[in-house]
Design a protein around this ligand. Structure first.
Ligand SMILES: Nc1ncnc2c1ncn2[C@@H]1O[C@H](COP(=O)(O)OP(=O)(O)OP(=O)(O)O)[C@@H](O)[C@H]1O
Ligand SMILES: Cc1cn([C@H]2C[C@H](O)[C@@H](COP(=O)(O)O)O2)c(=O)[nH]c1=O
Length: 207
């Protein structure tokens, strides 16, 4: 059986990753693919337990270094228990966030540094990377507006950080995409959800 494909959706808060992950999965299923939808932090029993530790509680619950380690530990479990078995079974795996979120948030915005995050990923997940990473791009004010309308004041520990933090995250994502054009596609996430899904499908057409 042919190995499946692993596609991650990335970007800041409110750009439409979760909405588009569902739509992309449905479109791929309609084309006959066996697709699983997963997310980070989470996607396996152990990683979902770590998700609660990371997203709930006080702003200062963890140091940036502790957060980076927890994300890497969650990812190691997600890769081993969910992603690799699915790919080996020929399934396509769509993940709402993956390593690039750690590189952008912990590595970039928190100042841990890209090299350290990649080292943790090497130890935890043998450096495993997606076949394609779709970076959803939306002006920050529009993304923040969408997230605020959705969350109504109940953002998680990361979503609640200030605009300067989210601007650093966006800059880090842009830099990552520029550095790896073979894996990344930057996809305009403005306009209707249907239009965005069509752009995403075009961005994985070669797979
Ligand atoms: N194309 C679109 N036009 C208008 N609203 C949209 C569009 N796509 C998604 N939304 C809405 O914007 C909000 C944020 O979308 P979504 O939850 O998919 O973003 P996200 O990138 O997964 O966010 P987060 O990283 O914060 O979880 C939701 O309320 C969703 O219904
Ligand atoms: C994987 C990953 C995630 N984060 C942050 C980014 C978001 O604010 C939350 C996850 O919330 P979502 O609504 O499910 O998108 O976690 C991070 O900082 N580092 C990571 O590696």
């Amino acid at each position: 059986m042919a190995r499946g494909r692993f596609i991650s959706l990335e970007g800041g808060e409110g750009v439409g990753k979760s909405t588009q992950l569902r739509a992309l999965a449905a479109a791929l299923r309609a084309r006959g693919h066996d697709v699983i939808e997963t997310r980070e932090p989470g996607g396996s029993a152990g990683a979902e337990a770590i998700r609660s530790l990371l997203l709930d509680g006080d702003a200062g619950r963890w140091t940036p270094a502790a957060e980076a380690l927890l994300f890497a530990a969650a990812r190691a479990d997600h890769v081993a228990k969910t992603i690799l078995p699915a790919l080996e079974a020929g399934q396509w795996v769509l993940s709402d966030r993956f390593l690039d979120s750690s590189l952008a948030y912990q590595g970039g915005a928190d100042g841990i540094g890209e090299a350290v995050i990649r080292q943790l990923h090497q130890v935890g997940s043998n450096g495993f990377l997606p076949d394609r990473t779709l970076l959803l791009a939306l002006p920050e004010a529009e993304a923040a507006g969408r997230a605020a309308a959705r969350d109504r004041g109940a953002a998680d520990r990361f979503g609640a950080r200030d605009a300067a933090y989210h601007a650093r995250v966006a800059a880090a994502f842009a830099q990552l995409a520029a550095g790896d054009p073979a894996r990344f596609r930057i996809v305009d996430s403005s306009g209707s959800a249907e239009d965005v899904t069509a752009r995403l499908l075009a961005a994985i057409d070669d797979l």
